[in-house]
Design a protein around this ligand. Structure first.
Ligand SMILES: Nc1ncnc2c1ncn2[C@@H]1O[C@H](COP(=O)(O)OP(=O)(O)O)[C@@H](O)[C@H]1O
Ligand code: SF4
Ligand SMILES: [Mg+2]
Length: 347
């Protein structure tokens, strides 16, 4: 195995919720999360809203400071970086955001937005700068003739392409893409996902691709990590994770995709109840209140008392469930129907 490009180790992030003084509840948005991304690899991070995906992305690019744990890029603790090391890291790791509307200053042309990185890092000027900016536009499927327009003169899909161009300008090693297609129309989502796939192939980009949509993540990533209320509940090769999910939450997610719904297996309404926003999560397994397996097994106390830790499961992944080895439903799933659906625009 090569040395990881990104290594996230025991990452914890707590926020103070609403309230006054000591009564303000502490929200553990990220709760002891560890994973690696290897050079050239794309890791997908999935989970429903509020599971901590964005916070993990922001911790990686240092828009937030962790409460505990660390983020390493090329073996270096990013909190300790300063001077030249910090400048290199700022080039090496780029983030793409979901909200293309707020991502740009409306008073600046696309040309000046794309020129920023080159100028800050002293990489190009004059004619060379113009050429490189033109190349970037073509690379993301836009015409260089559009460079002197303002961001709001573009459609959402085009603005996201500009966001991608901005992230790629400095030839980063790692891109953290936070729900980059979620705000786009369905037909445009497929185009932008295909652009990401082309960029990965042509540039050998490593990515942390964050999404609530398991199909988008399956389409783009070799490995998938599943997050539930701040904790990593399962991580593994994409095929294993979709064809033979071990954690009940992953099984429910997979079962909620129409093309994947196995006869007699989980369906959308199996994940009963909503994530609670009121105060600290229960001890033990966070998923217990919504877990079908827990109910089937007669509500064992271990699930509510002891936090399940990630451990190896068949197929090369890890899952955090005390009873995850209980034989899964009898179902046959063809993972490629998912990729077909995404590439064909049926996201
Ligand atoms: N700046 C903040 N202050 C307080 N709570 C926050 C802040 N940012 C995120 N949270 C809380 O952390 C949890 C995870 O949020 P987030 O990382 O945005 O999840 P996701 O991206 O998966 O939807 C949520 O409960 C959210 O309300
Ligand atoms: S540890 Fe228990 S409650 Fe948690 S997912 Fe596994 S069976 Fe369900
Ligand atoms: Mg988010």
């Amino acid at each position: 195995m090569t040395e990881p490009l990104l290594s996230v180790q025991g990452l914890v992030k707590e926020f103070h919720g609403r309230g006054v003084g000591a009564s303000r509840p502490v929200v553990r948005a990220v709760d002891d999360v560890s994973f690696d991304v290897h050079p050239g690899e794309a890791l997908g991070l999935v989970g429903e809203s509020g599971s901590g995906k964005t916070t993990i992305g922001r911790l990686i690019v240092r828009l937030e400071e962790p409460t505990a744990g660390r983020v390493e890029v090329r073996g270096q603790d990013v909190r300790r970086l300063a001077g030249r090391g910090l400048l290199e890291y700022r080039r090496d790791v780029q983030m793409i955001f979901q909200n293309t509307q707020g991502a740009f200053n409306p008073r600046r042309t696309v040309r000046s937005v794309l020129a920023d990185g080159f100028q800050i890092h002293g990489l190009a000027s004059g004619r060379e700068l113009d050429e490189r900016i033109g190349d970037l536009m073509r690379r993301v499927g836009l015409s260089p003739e559009m460079l002197d327009r303002y961001p709001q003169q573009f459609s959402g899909g085009q603005r996201q392409r500009i966001g991608i161009a901005r992230a790629l300008a400095l030839e980063p090693a790692l891109v953290v893409a936070d729900e980059p297609v979620s705000a786009l129309d369905v037909s445009v989502q497929a185009q932008v996902l295909n652009l990401f796939a082309d960029l990965r192939r042509d540039l050998g980009l490593s990515m942390l691709f964050i999404s609530h949509d398991l199909r988008a993540v399956y389409f783009l990533c070799e490995r998938i990590a599943v997050l539930y209320l701040g904790r990593l509940v399962e991580i593994g090769p994409r095929r294993t994770l979709l064809e033979n999910p071990v954690h009940p939450y992953t099984r429910a997610l997979v079962g909620s995709i129409p093309a994947f719904r196995p006869g007699g297996g989980f369906t959308r309404d199996v994940i009963r109840g909503e994530i609670s926003d009121s105060g600290p999560a229960p001890t033990g397994c966070h998923f217990a209140p919504r877990c079908q397996l827990w109910r089937e097994l007669g509500r064992p106390a271990r699930c509510t008392q002891e936090r399940p830790l990630l451990r190896p499961v068949t197929g090369g992944g890890l899952a955090a469930c005390h009873f995850g080895d209980t034989p899964p439903d009898d179902r046959t799933i063809d993972a490629d129907t998912v990729a077909g659906g995404v590439a064909g625009g049926v996201v």
